[in-house]
Design a protein around this ligand. Structure first.
Ligand code: HEC
Length: 68
């Protein structure tokens, strides 16, 4: 049996939390240096929807897959 690629918690949270208000914006949209500012801004729009812990996990996923 072929194993599917591992899905991290960060990726799952990203798909759930970041598709609420708009279509998912792919990690390639920003570099790893740019993502923290954007994710902070997204969290501040609805802090009850994205907790600090969730934000850290989402950010780690985005930065790992960001534009080089
Ligand atoms: C509460 C609603 C809401 C949630 C949740 C949300 N966004 Fe957004 N997002 C917006 C709005 C509104 C805009 C357009 C205004 C702006 O850019 O601040 C936007 C714009 C963006 C942009 C384009 C602007 C830029 O800086 O490139 C990106 C990328 C983005 N969101 C990514 C994300 C990611 C990643 C998440 C999950 C962590 C997320 N969003 C969660 C509302 C949301």
């Amino acid at each position: 049996m072929i194993n599917p690629p591992p899905t991290t918690e960060g990726e799952m949270l990203y798909k759930e939390k970041c598709s609420k208000c708009h279509e998912l914006r792919p990690p390639l949209r920003h570099t790893a240096n740019e993502w923290p500012t954007t994710v902070d801004r997204m969290q501040s729009k609805d802090p009850l929807w994205i907790s600090d812990t969730e934000k850290e996990k989402i950010l780690a996923y985005l930065q790992a897959n960001a534009r080089k």
